[in-house]
Design a protein around this ligand. Structure first.
Ligand SMILES: NC(=O)c1ccc[n+]([C@@H]2O[C@H](COP(=O)([O-])OP(=O)(O)OC[C@H]3O[C@@H](n4cnc5c(N)ncnc54)[C@H](O)[C@@H]3O)[C@@H](O)[C@H]2O)c1
Length: 233
């Protein structure tokens, strides 16, 4: 099959929903062999399970060319009602869930010699959105930005590139529920968007496709904001 990712082995976490599902679909269309991981396969915040799962899925292929860390979870609460347990849970769901799969994949990414790691920060790493109780989420996403630059530096000698995408608001099953629960939320998003529509997972997947491809061979340590211009004012 010919395509921009032809011949590449891609692992996509969080592949059952939203942006991960969008990336898995477009990568497959573009010729990659896609291994999707989600909760039913492995709890990616469990160190031993994650190490064992990557060994199991990757030993046959011997390498990973693309790792997309789209799995995440967060608790959204205002500072006065955010418990310490939920703060910690959110940092696990934003940071550990990127660290553990990336560390487990690292030997296979090295074996590729031309690998691409794609992590997700957020417009929330740059601006506060009125009506969004995103304190712990913002802290996690700032961490993803910083850790990905470090991964770029550590990966470069091994031919591993690492970049983040910072999505603006993207409609998924989870964010649709949030929009339904918070009247006026979509209008606040649209007020910040220069492109006056809400985003879809494919809007992010096409950027991920480019970062994953050899077309982006000179791109590492970068963050690409795919946010309808929301953070560019
Ligand atoms: N959707 C948006 O508006 C938006 C905006 C900015 C950033 N992001 C970021 O983009 C990434 C993808 O977001 P999304 O909206 O597609 O998320 P989502 O909630 O739609 O999907 C996340 C997936 O991760 C899986 N997952 C969660 N915990 C897991 C675990 N412990 N083990 C295995 N799988 C687990 C879930 O089951 C789910 O399928 C996340 O990092 C998110 O923070 C999303």
């Amino acid at each position: 099959m010919s395509g921009r990712l032809s011949g590449k082995i891609a692992v996509v976490t969080g592949a059952a929903n939203g942006i991960g599902a969008g990336c898995a679909d477009v990568f497959a269309q573009e010729g990659a062999t896609v291994i999707g991981i989600d909760r039913g396969d492995c709890d990616l915040t469990d160190e031993a399970a994650t190490d064992a799962f990557f060994a199991q899925i990757c030993d046959g292929h011997g390498r990973i060319d693309i790792l997309v860390n789209a799995a995440a979870f967060a608790v959204f609460e205002w500072i006065e009602t955010l418990s310490y347990a939920d703060w910690q849970r959110t940092l696990t769901g934003e940071l550990d869930i990127v660290f553990l799969p990336t560390r487990a994949a690292w030997p296979y990414l090295k074996a590729s010699g031309r690998a691409s790691v794609i992590n997700f920060a957020s417009a929330n790493a740059y601006h506060a959105l009125e009506g969004s109780a995103a304190l712990a989420h913002c802290a996690g996403k700032g961490g993803v930005l910083a850790m990905t630059r470090q991964l770029a530096m550590e990966g470069a000698p091994h031919g591993i590139r690492a970049n983040t995408i910072s999505p603006g608001f993207i409609v998924t099953a989870a964010t649709q529920r949030h929009m339904d629960a918070v009247p006026g939320f979509a209008d606040r998003v649209l007020a910040k968007n220069m492109v006056k529509r809400l985003g879809a997972p494919q809007d992010i997947a096409w950027c991920a496709t480019w970062l994953a491809s050899d077309e982006a061979g000179y791109v590492t340590g970068a963050d690409i904001r795919v946010d309808a211009g929301a953070t560019a004012w």
